[in-house]
Design a protein around this ligand. Structure first.
Ligand code: XMP
Length: 519
């Protein structure tokens, strides 16, 4: 049974995935599609509502993404956001001009109480704006419902045709009532019945997986990350011991993490679990390598080599499963000529390495049970399937593991030092109670030794860098303002408890210009 569909039509805005996530949070299934999706395709999909996203362009730039006027003849309830709002006005005969002063950041708007979108929202409220053009004259049939000091048409609509537009970004948390606005559009304007429910998803997916797999076997590469763990749990519920999870431990996991993954999956789920301990092979392949990209490449190649070897050993006549999720499948295409996204290109580091031809030829097919889900949804399903909270809510961990947090050559000793240091840092953050405010926190081992003093002795030991960030989407991030007392305890413990460490620094770089990881 298909869910009612909302289409998020992508005009190249930076918050498009966020819009889609917010829609799903309202219990409405949605998919992101390119702005130039043929109108016939849209009509065939029969969406109950469409949202035009923002975008970096100006509607008067002929190379910027546009929409055919005939779209509006389809009669689909539509909400235009930012560029999408200007595009709606422009396409239907209104006028868009450059602002004298662009609005950026938190802006106060006042709505006139007439719009369904603002039901229950205070007349004056703060929203997030980011635009240099604005709608200066509305198309026929439209009326203004909200304005700001510098933007006379902050929201407008033609309720008879169910066309709505907001100049601000309701999807970002800075728009205090933004989620209400989206919810009103989806439920009150479009009439969605909120049929996107995680319990239904599990039951339906399990039934589909059983039908698809029949009595064949399934092999899944388990990294221990959230996505592949949830895919494993779902498949285990569907086909039990027909599933074999292959967990390649490259020795670059956090302290005790390999054992934790193994015990979780062997104790909690009905499946075959194979752990391939490949630390030696990884270290050998990495010996003498210091270039970050080369390291990533080697780690990725080694991972898959170990994995494919294992599959060959067991005979791969069944299905191959992976934990690909929806954002992995969306090629954002930002910076591309059209400036707009596309959903048809698979782009993820998991899938970057081609499956060897002999394996491709022997398997029955590829299964990606989470391919339509966002991370939050994957987590919600993980919880419902009984995966332990600490695994479901673990912070992101890069595929190459500690390999990209050990600067310079990777050695057994450096891995041990970093594992210990990272465990101490995480322990202190968790004890301090600030962990829920942080998006990611970890230790780094730069290739630096410094002089110190211990008792009466001079020391010459490793420097540890600690990093903690807050972010909504990991595309930008800020360094976290950890209280000094917590930093002090971390620093004390690192120097006292971790052998070969005599100095600690806190990384206070935001992204950009830094990245989250050091390599
Ligand atoms: P950067 O360093 O690009 O990191 O600012 C953004 C987020 O992505 C994670 N990250 C990775 N995750 N494989 C992954 O699965 C990788 O190769 C990888 N590199 C970075 C990083 O931890 C952060 O959450």
């Amino acid at each position: 049974m298909a869910n009612e569909l909302c289409i998020v039509l992508d005009f190249g805005g930076q918050y498009n995935q966020l819009i889609a996530r917010r829609v799903r949070e309202c219990g409405v299934y949605c998919e992101i599609m390119r702005y130039d999706t043929p109108l016939e395709t849209i009509a065939e999909l029969n969406p109950r509502g469409v949202i035009f996203t923002g975008g970096p362009n100006s509607v008067y730039d002929m190379t910027s993404p546009h929409i055919a006027k005939e779209y509006f003849d389809l009669g689909i309830p539509t909400l235009g956001i930012c560029y999408g709002c200007q595009l709606m006005a422009y396409t239907l005969g209104g006028q868009v001009e450059s602002c004298e002063r662009s609005e950026y950041g938190k802006i106060r708007i006042t709505h006139n109480g007439e719009s369904l979108l603002f039901g229950g929202v205070p007349a004056e409220n703060d929203v997030w704006m980011s635009h240099t053009d604005f709608v200066s004259r509305l198309p026929d049939g439209f009326r203004v419902t909200a304005q700001s000091a510098d933007c006379p048409c902050a929201a407008f609509e033609d309720p008879a045709r169910k066309l709505y537009a907001v100049q601000f970004h309701p999807e970002v948390t800075h728009s205090v009532y933004g989620k209400d606005v989206l919810r009103h559009f989806l439920l009150d304007v479009c009439g969605f019945s909120r049929d996107w429910v995680m319990d239904d998803f599990i039951a339906q997916t399990v039934a589909e997986l059983r039908a698809q797999i029949g009595d064949k076997k399934v092999i899944l590469g388990l990294s221990g990350g959230v996505d592949s763990s949830v895919a494993a749990a779902l498949l285990s519920r569907a086909v039990g011991r027909q599933l074999t999870c292959v967990f390649v431990d490259q020795g670059l996991m956090r302290k005790d993490e390999g054992d934790f993954v193994e015990s979780t999956f062997t104790k909690m789920f009905d499946m075959n679990f194979v752990r391939v301990n490949a630390q030696k092979e990884f270290l050998t392949a990495l010996r003498g390598v210091t270039d970050p990209e080369q390291k990533r490449d080697i780690i990725g190649n080694e991972f898959y080599r170990a994995f494919w070897d294992k599959i060959r050993e067991d005979g791969a006549e069944g299905f191959f499963a992976q934990g690909t999720i929806y954002p992995d499948r969306i090629e954002s295409g930002k910076g591309s000529k059209s400036g707009a996204g596309s959903t048809d290109v698979i782009k993820t580091h998991h899938n970057q390495r081609e499956m060897p031809a002999d394996i491709k030829a022997s398997i029955a097919g590829i299964i990606e049970p989470l391919r339509d889900l966002f991370k939050d949804e994957v987590r919600a399903i993980g919880e419902k399937l009984g995966i332990p909270h600490e695994l479901v809510w673990r912070q992101p961990f890069p595929g190459p593991g500690l390999g990209v947090r050990i600067i310079g050559e990777i050695t057994e000793e450096k891995i041990r030092i970093l594992q210990e240091a990272d465990a101490v840092f995480r322990d202190e953050i968790e004890k301090s109670g600030i962990a829920p405010e942080l998006s990611q926190y970890f230790a780094v081992l730069p290739d630096v030794r410094t002089v110190g003093v211990m008792g009466d002795h001079r020391t010459y030991e490793h420097l540890i860098a600690i990093r903690a960030i807050t972010t909504d989407d990991f595309m930008t991030a800020d360094w976290a303002r950890i209280p000094y007392e917590v930093l002090a305890r971390v620093s004390n413990r690192l120097c006292n408890e971790v052998d070969h460490v005599n100095r600690v620094v806190y990384d206070i770089t935001s992204k950009p210009p830094g990245t989250v990881e050091w390599e």
